[in-house]
Design a protein around this ligand. Sequence first.
Ligand SMILES: Nc1ncnc2c1ncn2[C@@H]1O[C@H](COP(=O)(O)OP(=O)(O)OP(=O)(O)O)[C@@H](O)[C@H]1O
Length: 249
Amino acid sequence: MDPVTAPLLDVRAVSRFFGGFPAVADVSLQVREGEILGIAGPNGAGKSTLFNLVSGVPFGPSRGEVWFDGRRVDRLAASRISRAGLRRTFQSEQLFPALTVLDNVLVAAAYLGGGGIFGHRARRAEAERALETAGISGYAADLAGDVPLLVKKKLMIASALVARPRLLMLDEPAGGLNTEDQRELTELLRGLNAAGLTLLIIEHVLSLLRELAGRMIVLTAGSVLVEGTPREVLSDPRVMEAYLGEGVA
Ligand SMILES: Nc1ncnc2c1ncn2[C@@H]1O[C@H](COP(=O)(O)OP(=O)(O)OP(=O)(O)O)[C@@H](O)[C@H]1O
């Protein structure tokens, strides 16, 4: 494929079976450098499983291939995928509540290691930069378990930002936030993207995807139902039908 037009992330017909059940069935998607791709779909559609397959955490695909930056990564260990610049966050707040906000990011920096931040001093500088980028430097010394939910969400993002990933996959970053906090998070993500970070975002808060995403995909029952601009996707009767009974944001 032409390297100029090659996508940064190329997911090729991936599937994952649990027993005989296809949680993700033959899904393909491409993310171009610099874009924001949104993924929506009702509960149980396979969205988080798709992130698992791409990030290798905790498992890769049963079938299919994942290519990142021109390199096949679906057989690599999750740590290597992460160090290659493909990062993810999780739906639940995965943090160390008894550690400070800064120490949480330092743990991520120690794990990621690469990117020329091996030394303690360099790791600390990188962690402080990530906190600043996420807009939570003022909470650096607070215990992560004690800070407001929006700060916890931003901390997840800061931890994923150390050693400067090229693509960040966010799993329901706005989950549980009130409207005002959703708006603040939207602005943070817009700023990260404007600074060059490519984003792949799973979100039930469709207003966030409507505002941010250049393209959207809706998954149902493990497969891609619709793909297009947010306007096209969110006005598609099949999407309304898929969400029926769940309440569209
Ligand atoms: N480890 C597992 N073992 C067995 N089944 C699983 C496993 N992980 C996910 N599933 C099943 O796969 C399907 C897809 O789940 P997944 O969590 O990916 O959906 P989702 O779209 O992210 O849902 P939600 O919006 O509720 O987070 C569900 O039916 C779920 O029960």
